[in-house]
Design a protein around this ligand. Structure first.
Ligand code: UDP
Ligand code: MG
Length: 323
């Protein structure tokens, strides 16, 4: 066989392609979804393909429809959760059931066009371990768009690991990355954040995010707020640092105030007791907040330990062969 023109080019293992789809009350989209996934399977040059449909406790006809789809096409597999656990939980369960050498995650409402997976895989072929979709434009209400815009910037600014802006869960990953994700035992999972946390070579791919194919959003505002909380608190201890700094600054201010009052006492009369009162309020208030922040630091460290994440994730070990 002639040598490949680019020696660095690595093509991903094409033994099995898995696509994970979380489903919550998507009876209006499931038919079209299965049709588009089947079309994608036809275009992929993998030895085999599977779709892992995770039914997140749907109350509509979704379950029956998934059963029918699997009956027609054995490449589809169903994982039925016992109740509604939420999108992130459903994706996480899907990651455990997917058996592929390459694994894609996609929404069930066809907002992430399945055909885009082809471009994501092309990026993996060029050596990436994760290719994630970044939406060029969201076809959603401006309230939701601006909330998301704000959230991703806030999250990126508080997170110690680099979080890509405007990236959702839509991605393609190699087996190694999924194994790393699955090795994290925490149960409040913010998948796109964990995906950044595990590292590896991550490449962004811009795509046009479509409008929902049918039905309405399954993300209520309360679910969105919970997602934002999970994102921030699973990645960042910055709120506690802010507490420590605020408390410290307030206590330090009391010293400056004290000095100011001391100098002012030579220049003018101030009502007796007033400086003491002001200084005590700032000093005691500041110390209280500061020591709460110290307490918070211990709690945060205990919390991080309780997440049970590994110290680091090894991508590769290189050793010279035994002499
Ligand atoms: N979803 C889920 N469980 C939930 C909420 C949503 O599995 O509790 C699924 C939903 O069926 C869809 C995906 O997660 O496939 C994204 O949800 P949606 O499109 O409603 O969110 P949006 O795009 O409006 O943010
Ligand atoms: Mg959607």
């Amino acid at each position: 066989m002639p040598p490949s023109p680019e020696p660095s080019t690595r093509t991903v293992d094409r033994s099995l392609f898995s696509i994970i789809v979380p489903i919550y009350n998507e009876e209006e989209t499931l038919e079209e979804l299965s049709r588009r996934i089947t079309l994608l399977f036809d275009k992929l040059d993998f030895d085999a393909c599977e779709a892992v449909i995770v039914n997140d406790g749907s109350q509509d006809e979704s379950e029956e429809m998934i059963r029918a789809i699997i009956g027609r096409d054995p490449r589809f597999r169903g994982v039925f959760l016992s109740r509604n656990f939420g999108h992130q939980a459903a994706v996480s369960v899907g990651l455990h059931y997917a058996r592929g050498s390459v694994i894609a995650v996609i929404d069930g409402d066809l907002q992430d066009p399945p055909e885009t997976v082809l471009s994501l895989i092309a990026v993996l072929d060029r050596g990436a371990d994760v290719a994630y979709g970044v939406r060029r434009r969201r076809k959603e209400s401006w309230v939701k768009r601006s909330t998301y815009w704000l959230f991703y910037r806030l999250l990126a600014s508080v997170s110690p690991v680099q979080i890509p802006l405007d990236a959702g869960d839509f991605c393609c990953m190699t087996r190694q990355v999924v194994d790393a994700l699955n090795s994290l035992p925490e149960n409040r999972r913010f998948v796109r954040g964990l995906r950044s946390w595990v590292g590896f070579r991550q490449v962004r791919v811009e795509f046009e995010r479509d409008a929902r194919f049918a039905g309405t959003t399954k993300y209520s505002w309360s679910k969105l707020i919970r997602l934002a909380y999970d994102g921030i608190f699973s990645l960042s201890g910055l709120p506690i640092k802010i507490m420590q700094i605020t408390g410290f600054a307030s206590a330090a201010l009391s010293l400056i105030l004290g000095l100011g009052y001391f100098i002012a006492s030579f220049l003018a009369e101030s009502p007796p007791g007033f400086p003491t009162l002001v200084i005590s309020v700032w000093l005691l208030g500041g110390l209280q907040v500061f020591f709460l922040g110290i307490l918070g630091e211990y709690i945060h460290r205990a919390y991080e330990q309780s997440l049970g994440r590994p110290v680091a994730i090894v991508r590769e070990v290189l050793e010279a062969a035994e002499p």
